[in-house]
Ligand binder design. Sequence first.
Ligand code: ASP
Length: 300
Amino acid sequence: MLVSAGSWEGQRPKVISTWRNTLANAAAWEILQAGGYALDAVEAGARVPEANPDDMSVGYGGLPDRDGFVTLDASIMDEKSNCGSVAFVQGYKHVISVARRVMEKTPHVMLVGKGAEQFAAAQGFRREKLLTPQAEKAWREWLKKSEYKPYHRPGQHDTIGILALDSKGCICGACTTSGMAFKMHGRVGDSPIIGAGLYVDGEVGAATATGVGEEMIRIAGSHTVVELMRQGYSPQLACEEAVKRVIRKRGEEKAKSLGVAFIAMNLSGQTGAYSTTNDFEYTVSAPGILHEVFKSSSYF
Ligand code: ASP
């Protein structure tokens, strides 16, 4: 159902996620409504699409790169600026939990490729095949033309970025993806880059992104949104300014073909969302409004 923002603004606990992620929000909500921690909530939420083979942009069932390999990126960040991320990971679907282990069990922020996989194995994660018949079929179809260009899939669920504010006022975020479909082997997007696909500042709020990751990296997008909120922008105006910054850098003509979207939440539980294209949706859970899907405003 599409509803408009209203009395639920400014309440807590609260969850906001990119796209139509009602089941992810429900998993996060279960933790929050029991008085749980926002970090546990965002991890639980992100694990839902990671395990769903029908979700072809996250985790198991994600579309592969142009050589047929499913490679995953994820990041997680808490209210104290602790953060962890993994990139270019093959064979482990719950990369959000691997990212959390990087944050909690290593002195590092980011592990990539083979090193991240070795770490996942050492932490007891189970290695499995992530390419489903459905994703392989889509890849074989793509191979017929092998037209390599980043694209945005209107109306389809994409990367999940999820932000939660718990009843104690802690804000945390997570982001997980299989990245751009049919990307070059080794390509890493914005989602595991702290400050690009995800950023959290416990004194200000949090932001996360979906769309063409190269654009978010170029403007350190999620960090930009949080810094704008620090300067007094509402979450909505901060998301709008970050999207407009991408458009100014790329020019309107090129930006029209670039799906770029941000969602944000501040410590008062106010939320914002804005996109280049008019197909972006996001999902909110708060007392009295459970897992409702909203249509984002957009530039084009
Ligand atoms: N931002 C992701 C990436 O560039 C893709 C997406 O959101 O669909 O890897």
